[in-house]
Design a protein around this ligand. Structure first.
Ligand code: SAH
Length: 289
């Protein structure tokens, strides 16, 4: 079994951050060495420089088909196969594929489910919640990056994620964004995500415990907002906190009572909405528990 490094997560209440909102504790996922650097620049507005996401070439075929057998597995080949499938299914964004090839999904699921970590299936993560299947995660991330909100180096600026869950998507976002704020309303999952993410020591990833329906004004304006739970309507706070040129991707209940993906662009002319395919996400709930 691979041993995870025992890194203490830092409570992010240092002088390089504004005071958190009441009931919203911020945890920066990084090492204590990084904590002293204080590199975060909250005052800077999110960049809205348009750039198109790079299209990936077909990932190289993996010749050996190995299934994960435990946490100590050499899982790179299995991830390579997952990424190749995603590409075949139409996910062509090179940065999304690269992140999914790098981030070890098996570290985010319970040990009993490790064997299924790289299958295209959603999995339970505890407290009645689920991690979405890789295809849906990749699709939403690619959509987020197709907005007019990319940095010049191809990365997104500041991103807000609603519903940290086990932290898998937050890890992917941290690899493709300048700064990530991820909010979870269930304390048990917030803590679990902190544990799961520790090995990455991602200094640009901030975990928040609180009600994501309120967004996180201190991090605004955001280049992107992505929700992993489906509500009845887009909370006003999200639209307020989205920067002009920013894009929001969220599952939402339609007029027909089904959930579908909503892409919302905030343009200088106003808000533009596009409804996409049907999805099945856990419900967006208010308050914390
Ligand atoms: N992105 C996650 C998926 C988590 S499932 C992952 O990679 O694991 C959706 C999560 O949204 C659940 O953990 C649920 O508790 C959370 N959630 C629902 N309503 C919320 C709210 N108002 N604020 C923050 N989190 C919320």
């Amino acid at each position: 079994m691979k041993k995870r490094p025992a890194f203490p997560a830092q409570l992010d209440l240092g002088q390089d951050h504004p005071a958190p909102t009441p009931r919203m504790a911020v945890t920066r996922v990084q090492s204590s060495a990084q904590a002293t650097k204080g590199t975060t620049a909250l005052a800077k507005p999110a960049s809205v420089t348009p750039a198109r996401p790079a299209r990936a070439k077909a990932p190289a075929a993996t010749t050996v088909d190995v299934a994960p057998t435990g946490l100590g597995l050499d899982s790179a080949q299995v991830r390579g196969r997952m990424v190749r499938k995603l590409y075949e299914q139409g996910i062509e964004d090179a940065m999304v594929l690269k992140a999914m090839e790098t981030i070890e999904r098996h570290r985010f699921v319970d040990s009993a489910l490790v064997n299924q970590a790289y299958e295209d299936t959603s999995l339970p993560i505890g407290l009645g919640q689920t991690i979405s299947k890789p295809n849906v995660v990749a699709r939403m991330l690619a959509l987020l990056r197709q907005g007019r909100n990319l940095h010049i180096d191809g990365k997104l600026g500041r991103v807000l994620e609603i519903g940290t869950g086990c932290g898998y998507q937050a890890a992917l976002l941290s690899a493709m964004s300048k700064e990530v704020y991820s909010i979870e309303r269930l304390r048990g999952l917030h803590e679990k995500a902190r544990e799961n993410l520790r090995h990455l020591r991602a200094g640009n990833l901030h975990l928040l415990f609180g009600d994501g329906m309120l967004g996180y004004a201190q991090g605004a304006p955001y280049a992107g907002i992505i929700a992993a739970a489906g509500g009845e309507a887009v909370p006003d706070a999200w639209i307020d906190q989205l920067g002009v040129g920013g894009r929001l991707v969220a599952p939402l209940v339609t007029a027909q009572g089904q959930q579908a993906l909503l892409v919302l662009d905030k343009t200088p002319q106003g808000v533009q909405r596009q409804w996409l395919e049907a999805v099945h996400f856990v419900p967006l709930k208010s308050g914390v528990a």
